[in-house]
Design a protein around this ligand. Structure first.
Ligand code: ADE
Length: 242
């Protein structure tokens, strides 16, 4: 999968070099390119924002640098086959703008996006990006506004990191043992069951005996009950209506 990120803080994404995603990049499973939005400005101060039309607090990101950045990234898709015939034609790109005004990011969305060939993330800052940028991006590619949750961050960078981690680990080959993805929170609509390892007793706390008994049917039942109980207590909104 190819991922392009446009941001005024490229250094945020240094962590993509480490851990599982770093290895996936080394292995060629993930090709991540980070673009500094200021590289697409042409004034001495490399200005990316201005006062909002109509007044109000804060600054709005100017459309021109965004237009140039998106053109540079999306033109590569359009010409991949022409420039170098050895390059496979790229999949239709999907442009994602993290925004508290977007649809909420879920495990189901992460799974859907993990099958994409090319994702472009545009990180807004300040009071947001000039609305025309979304319209222009929509004329060139599929566009989605995606929120991490019902709270406000200072910008899209942290949201994009979270999304890339959630999406990246679902790409075949990124996680060594794919079975570890099966029984996680949210994969079957419930929170995951609690896990234990040795020692059997630690500081007076014991492992539930059923988990050490070797009866796989009983273990599966215990885990399912624990999932339901946890979900009922913490996230009843995830359960189907009775
Ligand atoms: N940018 C600011 N707040 C955000 C949120 N909650 N989700 C995604 N992007 C954001």
């Amino acid at each position: 999968m190819r991922i392009d990120i446009v941001t005024i803080f490229p250094e945020y994404f240094g962590v993509l070099d480490v851990s599982l995603l770093g290895r996936a990049r080394e292995d060629g499973i993930l090709d991540v390119q980070v673009h500094d939005l200021r590289a697409f400005t042409h004034d001495r101060h490399r200005t990316v924002d201005d006062k909002p039309y109509g007044g109000g607090a804060g600054m709005v990101m100017k459309p021109e640098p965004w237009g140039e950045a998106l053109d540079a990234i999306l033109d590569l898709d359009a010409t991949a086959g022409e420039v170098d015939a050895r390059l496979p034609p790229r999949d239709a790109p999907l442009v994602i703008f993290p925004s508290p005004a977007g649809e909420v990011f879920t495990q189901a969305m992460a799974r859907e996006l993990s099958t994409a060939g090319h994702l472009v993330f545009g990180c807004g800052r300040y009071e947001g990006i000039d609305q025309r940028v979304f319209e222009y991006a929509g004329s060139r590619a599929s566009v989605r506004l995606v929120s991490l949750g019902d709270y406000v961050l200072n910008g899209g960078e942290v949201a994009v990191m979270a999304m890339i981690e959630a999406i990246g680990r679902l790409i075949p080959g990124v996680i060594g043992n794919p079975e570890s993805l099966v029984e996680e929170s949210h994969e079957d609509g419930l929170l995951e069951y609690p896990s234990y390892t040795k020692p059997a007793e630690w500081r007076g706390y014991e492992v539930p005996p059923v988990l050490m008994g070797g009866n796989h049917g009983a273990i599966a039942t215990w885990r399912r009950d624990a999932q339901l109980e946890r979900t009922r207590l913490v996230r009843p909104d995830l359960l189907p209506p009775e």
